[in-house]
Design a protein around this ligand. Structure first.
Ligand SMILES: NC(=O)C1=CN([C@@H]2O[C@H](COP(=O)(O)OP(=O)(O)OC[C@H]3O[C@@H](n4cnc5c(N)ncnc54)[C@H](O)[C@@H]3O)[C@@H](O)[C@H]2O)[C@@H](O)CC1
Ligand SMILES: [K+]
Length: 527
């Protein structure tokens, strides 16, 4: 599991070491990690180290200090290193080290700005060390103008952000333009929340965490990302004596005369995600289409109360006029069973919900939900602060909220947050969300009552609903990526995502089987 922290949490973890006079040591470790990452990146690109041109944009705080010391390491390895001091001051020891190692120092002035921007654009590596966790707001003045000019220029090299791209808020992922998009962010002590939430993640590139010795002082992380090994442990597996009912039955209330395909795609997503059985409830014409497309699904026009299931999926492909379907959606919520509530169900639900209801809005739907709750926010505001929006929606509704996007965030009402970014932009295609709802519904039906499986990973009680939704987002994202890879990175349809999912499930599960094999391989043979 990848853990992330607010800037404040990381700074608090540094405190005991700073109190012991180890501030310089921490900075050396950070700078060394940064310089190593630059060297590795140059090597992996087949570039020569000796003579490589490095430009360090250095602010006046400790982030600039990290950048200057890293520049000193690189200059000592024979790289032509220039530090551009963007503020009215600079970290003195870092500056001295850089100069001792043979680096050049330039102070940023309005007159010199075009030449310095040109030098950065021509460099093999630009290190962005202007602002770190101590920043208040974004870049200003000539530093902002320089970063804008370097961003606009046709660059030949790559950009490495020191701790985080300057202008990204470490705690929230909010982005104050201009920001130099990084190819790689080297972050110290622990990942920052803002690197794993949009829009900050847009600027971070790959994220590398460099340990600096504060790790044992870090508190509980404020954000988690499931990795394959976690997924392997969380994915349900049928017991030897399983039968279809014991494996979990999902009831699906989706699709309408106007959007019948949503029902089919939701059912296909659920069937691909290991559920024992899918029961579909909806209008006769949609039920007919579901029967033809997915003969495995048991269809009826009945009521929620008349169908025995372990979880419900409601809302995909429903409009405000679909009264019978919306009544079923509300009945499903009232049943007390786990529910994934998507799309058309979102405006029709009670204002206060339990954590085992998982809402799956995109940014526009979340903005509408806020308006309905009397807290007007527009889509742009949600997109500008996805972490805060997801968290606030979960707090206000009491439900688990999954906010769809390039980075999908899942917020539990008690505060746990998961961030998954396993997908491809090709997943932004009609019907993709219906498949996702199906996958999450299937997981709720199979794993909802298995709290122990989650507590083994330190995910307790009501946070498990968020973990299930994050697991669904990860499977769906990986399936989309695999589907696109199977057509050499080309476009995909939602149906292909469902088709690709069982193999992703199998591959991820092999990780846990491999773990079991390793354990067995150390034990005595049976005969
Ligand atoms: N505290 C420590 O011991 C360590 C800190 N580290 C580095 O230090 C960074 C944090 O350092 P600082 O607390 O000095 O903060 P920053 O380096 O993020 O910058 C804050 C400095 O810039 C000024 N400033 C704040 N907002 C600004 C803005 N919008 N525009 C222009 N100037 C602004 C502040 O007055 C302050 O001088 C981390 O991100 C990390 O890179 C690492 O060296 C590891 C150890
Ligand atoms: K930075």
């Amino acid at each position: 599991m990848i853990s992330a922290y607010t800037g404040t949490q990381v700074r608090a973890a540094e405190e005991p070491l700073l109190a012991d006079g180890l501030g310089d040591v921490l900075m050396q470790r950070a700078a060394h990690g940064l310089a190593n990452a630059v060297v590795n990146e140059l090597r992996s690109r087949g570039s020569r180290l000796n003579g490589a041109r490095v430009v360090v944009l250095a602010g006046k705080g400790n982030n600039g200090g990290d950048g200057l010391f890293a520049g000193a390491f690189l200059a000592a390895r024979g790289m032509r290193t220039t530090a551009v001091l963007t503020g009215d001051a600079a970290h003195q020891a870092g500056l001295a080290a850089l100069e001792r190692a043979g680096g050049r120092v330039q102070r940023l002035t309005d007159a010199g700005l075009p030449d310095l921007a040109e030098e950065a654009a021509r460099a093999d590596v630009v290190i962005d060390a202007v602002l770190g966790t101590g920043a208040k707001g974004g870049l200003r003045g000539s530093a902002a103008a320089l970063v804008q000019a370097v961003t606009d220029a046709h660059r030949r090299g790559f950009v490495v952000a020191c701790d985080l791209p300057s202008g990204v808020d470490a705690d929230t992922g909010e982005a104050a333009a201009p920001i130099l998009p990084a190819d790689l962010t080297v972050t110290f002590g622990g990942a920052k929340n803002g690197l794993l939430a949009d829009p900050g993640a847009d600027y971070a590139g790959r994220v590398l965490v460099v340990p600096i010795g504060i790790e044992k002082h870090l508190p509980e992380p404020s954000l988690h990302r499931l990795e394959d090994a976690d997924m392997a442990r969380l994915l349900p597996h049928p017991s030897r004596r399983a039968q279809k009912y014991s494996r979990g039955v999902l009831g699906v209330v989706a699709g309408s005369e106007d959007y019948p395909g949503a029902a089919v795609l939701a059912c296909r997503g659920a069937l691909a995600a290991g559920v024992g059985m899918v029961r579909y409830l909806g209008p006769p014409s949609v039920a007919d289409l579901v029967r033809q497309s997915c003969p495995e699904v048991v269809c009826s026009t009945g009521t929620v109360a008349g169908n025995r299931v372990q979880a419900w999926l409601v809302g995909s492909g429903l409009g405000p006029g679909d009264h019978d379907q919306l009544t079923r959606a509300r009945d499903a919520i009232a049943s007390g069973l786990p529910v994934v509530a998507d799309a058309g169900a979102l405006p029709a639900l009670p204002a206060v919900l339990p954590p085992h209801v998982v809402l799956t809005p995109h940014a526009g739907e979340l903005a509408s939900l806020f308006q309905r709750l009397g807290h007007p926010e527009d889509r742009e505001a949600v997109e500008a602060g996805t972490l805060a929006a997801a968290r606030s929606a979960a707090e206000r509704t009491g439900a688990t909220v999954l906010l769809k996007g390039a980075t999908t965030l899942v917020a539990a009402p008690q505060g746990a947050i998961f961030s998954q970014a396993d997908g491809t932009p090709w997943l932004a295609t009609a019907g993709s969300g219906d498949v996702l709802a199906g996958v999450i519904g299937a997981l709720l039906a199979q794993a909802g009552d298995d709290a122990g499986r989650f507590s083994e990973l330190g995910i307790f009680a009501d946070a498990r609903w968020a973990a299930i939704a994050a697991l669904g987002a990860a499977l769906h994202g990986q399936a989309g990526t695999a589907a696109s890879a199977s057509v050499s990175g080309g476009p995909i349809t939602a149906g292909r995502v469902a088709e690709a999912l069982p193999e992703i499930w199998g591959k991820v599960s092999m990780l846990s089987k491999y773990g079991a094999w390793k354990r067995n391989s150390r034990s005595q043979p049976l005969r």
